[in-house]
Design a protein around this ligand. Structure first.
Ligand SMILES: [Zn+2]
Length: 334
């Protein structure tokens, strides 16, 4: 099968000068006959077909080689509407439509968490629910909706199924829960603590939603770039011991299995995939970092280094893969 980037660690060498393919005279390094449309790792040019084969293979092999997702498994796919989620939605739809042995055989439903109460414009939440969930249901999948403030509720409210007739009353907003969630975040003194808390709340809510809907397996859209940033960032904020549960393909939290099928794919590869397929990707309202936090500084550091040293993210990522927790609940490696 097509393999553009082997899993082995790559030597850290400086790459200078992005290959210019704008004149259309550069050929694909894989097949040698197609015109290059994509440049990976600064110098490696690929035609559309070879790039897509490589991209789809990475996704399906990540799921396939684990042998954890079986025929008929019900999987709740968390979607934020961003590029990684948009690509994962498209990959799942295509994978289920396949007729060959490559066909994906699980039964997905999607979950969108409205986090607009933590944004500067809380009233925009419903507009994005319609956009993101409308995209999911247009591909004939069920999409459930919940809101981040539900994590503060003493009574677990099951996520609501999105329908064509959706209106604001379908997801009731409770002022006291919204204020409670915002107050909790504001009580954190540093920006880094706020970011960390927002992520914890999101994950806890997804687990709670999976339990309420009767799902044992959950897919998250973490990609290799976001996971590399998480690896360094979590070490910096003192969560190093929890890394395996945060970055491995499979981890178990509160009895729910979390999987990260996009974890082998880099962010710039996802952007190419989204462009090629003209997918709709939204920056949905939620907690936005303003100023410097440990995570935003780590992100700048990793992405800047990645520009000159394309082996940066694969190297950090593979290091994270080797970490094993001594706690069986945090992570069970596959
Ligand atoms: Zn090619």
């Amino acid at each position: 099968m097509c393999s553009v980037d082997p899993d082995e660690l790559t030597e850290m060498t400086r790459a200078t000068g992005q290959l210019d393919i704008s004149c259309g005279d550069v050929m694909c390094r894989k097949c040698g006959t197609g015109t290059a449309e994509v440049v990976l790792r600064v110098k490696d040019a690929y035609c559309r077909e070879c790039f897509l084969a490589y991209f789809v293979h990475k996704f399906r092999s990540t799921i396939g080689k684990s042998k954890q997702i079986r025929h008929g498994d019900k999987v709740l796919v968390a979607t934020s509407g961003g590029p990684s989620s948009a690509a994962m939605l498209h990959l799942i739809r295509q994978g289920l439509n396949e007729t060959s042995h490559k066909q994906l055989r699980f039964e997905p439903a999607f979950l969108y968490v409205d986090e607009s109460c933590l944004s500067e414009n809380p009233s925009s939440g419903h507009e994005y629910i319609k956009k993101v969930c409308g995209e999911v249901t247009s591909l004939n999948f069920d999409c459930y909706v919940t809101s981040i403030e539900q994590i503060m509720s003493t009574q677990v409210m099951s996520p609501v199924l999105f329908t064509k007739e959706w209106n604001e009353e379908h997801l009731p907003k409770t002022k006291s829960l919204e204020e409670g969630t915002r107050d909790l975040l504001m009580a954190c003194k540093s920006l880094s603590a706020k970011e960390d808390l927002a992520e914890q709340l999101r994950q806890d809510l997804i687990l709670q939603a999976a339990k309420a809907l009767g799902y044992q397996k959950v897919f998250l859209g973490d990609n290799a770039t976001s996971l590399s940033i998480a690896i360094l960032g979590n070490v910096a904020i003192g969560r190093g011991s929890q890394l395996p549960g945060r970055v491995h393909f499979k981890s178990v939290h509160q009895g729910i299995e979390i999987y990260r099928p996009m974890r082998e794919i880099l962010q710039n590869e996802i952007q190419y995939y989204v462009q090629i397929h003209n997918l709709s990707a939204e920056q949905t309202p939620g907690f936005q970092t303003k100023g410097s936090s440990i995570t935003s500084c780590t992100e700048d550091f990793v992405k800047t280094l990645q520009m000159d040293f394309p082996a940066t993210i694969p190297t950090i990522f593979r290091t994270g893969d080797k970490l094993v927790s001594s706690s069986s609940e945090q992570s069970r490696r596959t």
